[in-house]
Design a protein around this ligand. Structure first.
Ligand SMILES: O=C(O)CCC(=O)C(=O)O
Length: 268
């Protein structure tokens, strides 16, 4: 039994490094209820980083908030006590797993907001190959509503221009490439997406190109996303305020991400 699990884990890690996105079934089952409680508390008292998109067509909003793990006890418990850090280290092939930040994304039923195709790394003040986000749904999410990931896109060797979800540029000037028309390229790409149950997770690299449709289902799509980096993570000075912003780190381009706000939670 133990051997079977070890083989499965090694297989997950190999596929993760090859595809840049995999699904993990049931790994956070025990955390579904606590994370639901945490999200309810957050939505009742959002942070200054909250940004809710209200679609022009009057359909339901897309609530987002970031970096709340230090004030929402259920999120803090997830960071320190769930298996996430250990799984992250294994998938990244890293000795350590350092927590980067949490992100809550709630698409209310019927909301038309599409999450545009993007890579996360250019939004962040971090560079490195070893990274993973766990996209953890707290409601059942069918394949036609779920976030999709382009397999292998983390190895394209490209950084795509970060855009705000309202279509404006995140940095006034930057050297990033414009994201190509992924929908037009769809037939030529290997795009992964899964039917998801609460407690499953999509694990994906910060360089993996991903996006999500609007929530045309009759139920909310509550997601808790937990983002981790590995041994090779360094601070990246971007051309403007990153998302999320970390204005007072006192780090320079290329410095290890070694500050208390990004704690090492797992070390093998
Ligand atoms: O949930 C979504 O709509 C998008 C999620 C996403 O872009 C992310 O977690 O990086």
């Amino acid at each position: 039994m133990e051997t079977e699990r070890t083989v499965q884990e090694a297989d997950d890690a190999a596929r993760y490094r090859q595809d840049g996105a995999i699904v993990l079934r049931g790994v956070f089952d025990a955390w579904v209820e606590p994370l639901r409680v945490g999200i309810a508390a957050l939505m009742a008292d959002p942070s200054p980083l909250e940004r809710t998109v209200r679609p022009a067509d009057g359909s339901a909003p897309f609530f987002q908030d970031l970096c709340n793990w230090q004030r929402i006890p259920e999120f803090e418990a997830f960071v320190h006590k769930s298996p996430a850090a250990k799984i992250a280290a294994r998938l990244m092939g890293s000795r350590t797993a350092r927590f980067f930040h949490d992100h809550v994304l709630v698409k209310q039923p019927g909301g038309s907001t599409v999450t545009p195709w993007h890579q996360d790394q250019p939004y962040y003040c971090v560079e490195g190959q070893q990274s993973v986000s766990f996209w953890i749904p707290l409601d059942p999410v069918p394949r036609d509503v779920v976030m999709e990931c382009i397999k292998g896109s983390h190895t394209w060797g490209k950084g795509f221009r970060p855009m705000r979800f309202d279509g404006t540029r995140l940095y006034a000037n930057d050297d990033f490439e414009v994201m190509p028309d992924i929908e037009a390229m769809r037939p030529t790409l290997d795009i992964a997406g899964w039917d998801m149950q609460p407690g499953d997770a999509i694990a994906f690299n910060f360089r993996t190109v991903h996006g999500a449709p609007g929530n045309h289902s009759p139920r909310a799509r509550r997601v808790f996303s937990a983002r981790w980096v590995g041994d090779d993570a360094v601070f990246a000075q971007r051309a403007g305020r990153t998302s999320p912003p970390f204005p007072d780190l006192g780090l320079h381009d290329g410095d290890p991400l070694d500050v208390p706000i990004f704690p090492v939670v797992y070390r093998s």
